[in-house]
Write a protein that binds this ligand. Structure first.
Ligand code: 2P0
Length: 352
């Protein structure tokens, strides 16, 4: 009898926010970066993608693979998502080849249903959570035995930052050296439990779609910024080493300084691009000054800002300093004057 069963698996993946930033590709086809990066996975936040993957020989083959993203049909013909499907199917086909009792899922059309519970493409790492959830959902559906680092090789091809969302805690994406990308993968530097006091706060400045997408933005920077060369050769390797040590030592002062300097360095290469790219706005810069004021008032560094390819601020702090840090930002959101009007919402106390 023909197998018309619907096979199904669901998973969720969280966003991650880099403290040493990925910006630049050395190979656009394989999505290989010009530098390593390091991020913090916000596993306890509600910033997540929930994805269900299913397959069945009863799905009409003329429709091919389909994706429903936030309730809307979404194109899956792009090279990146196709690379993920191809790699995952190949892994499943290898299992089927060694065990003939396994159903031939690799030959069936795939249906993916994915929901973000946060604005898509607004600089809140939606592609990171999205591709991590997609890869893990299909890997679960196919009952692959690959470990998260092996899956990160596949997620990387969907979106670079996605490879880091397959792990919790503190995660490094090693740029690797191989031309085929086989060593450009993510690994955990430390689990969340290593430094349980760490918290993040997100100041949503704008939920609008970003002006310049990450892929085209980084290509523009690689092609035109001279500052970028120094960032890749000197700044990032030094920051990676300092950041890993700060995490091992649970040294918040060092963690914070590298985080803020690396964000500044990344945004400097953006504004050094030609034409320049500006992701931060006046509200973002006011958030920088607010962090500086909090640190000055505390007499030591208790808060660290970082900004991705958008104006929203992520502030890292330790739980014991929640009152000073969150209090400052809570007081300005929804305020009646100045930069305060620009910040639309605040999520605080996000644990790893
Ligand atoms: C990061 N960003 O490390 C950096 C910091 C934005 C600024 O990774 O082209 O969406 O899909 O590989 O991963 C955003 O870039 O780019 C990003 P693609 P991605 O988190």
């Amino acid at each position: 009898m023909a197998d018309t069963k619907v096979y199904r698996a669901s998973t969720t993946a969280p966003v991650n926010i880099a403290v040493v930033k990925y910006w630049g590709k050395r190979d656009t086809k394989l999505n290989l970066p010009t530098n390593s990066s390091l991020s913090v996975t916000l596993a306890q936040s509600d910033l997540r993608t929930l994805t269900t993957a299913s397959c069945s020989s009863s799905y009409p083959s003329e429709q091919g693979d389909t994706l429903l993203l936030n309730g809307e049909p979404s194109d899956v013909s792009g090279a990146r998502i196709q690379a993920c499907f191809r790699a995952l199917r190949a892994r499943r086909a290898a299992l089927e080849a060694t065990d003939s009792s396994l159903p031939k899922l690799s030959a069936m059309p795939l249906r993916l249903v994915s929901e973000n519970n946060f604005p898509t493409a607004a600089g809140l790492a939606s592609s990171a959570a999205g591709f991590a959830a997609l890869v893990r959902a299909i890997a679960n559906l196919y009952e692959l035995t690959d470990n998260p680092s092996q899956l990160s090789l596949i997620a990387r091809q969907g979106s670079g930052s996605a490879c880091r969302s397959l792990f919790g805690g503190y995660v490094a994406w090693r740029m690797g050296q191989a031309a085929d990308g086989s060593d450009s993968l993510a690994e955990q530097v430390a689990p969340a439990s290593h430094w349980p006091e760490m918290r993040a706060l997100i100041l949503v400045v704008s939920a609008a779609k970003k002006d310049v997408g990450s892929t085209s933005g980084m290509q523009q920077t690689v092609a035109t910024s001279s500052l970028f060369q120094q960032r890749v050769r000197e700044v990032v390797p030094a920051n990676m080493a300092k950041m890993e040590k700060a995490i091992q030592d649970k040294d918040f002062g060092a963690f914070a300084e590298v985080t803020m300097r690396d964000s500044n360095s990344f945004h400097s290469t953006c504004s050094d691009s030609y034409p320049p790219i500006y992701y931060m706005n006046d509200v973002s810069r006011a958030a920088v000054r607010a962090v500086e004021a909090v640190n000055e008032a505390a007499g030591k560094t208790v808060a660290a800002y970082t900004f991705d390819a958008g104006p929203n601020a992520v502030i890292y702090y330790l739980e014991k300093d929640a009152e000073a840090v969150v209090g400052t930002f809570a007081a300005v959101v929804g305020g009646a004057s100045g930069w305060k009007e620009g910040a639309t919402s605040l999520k605080s106390g996000i644990a790893l």
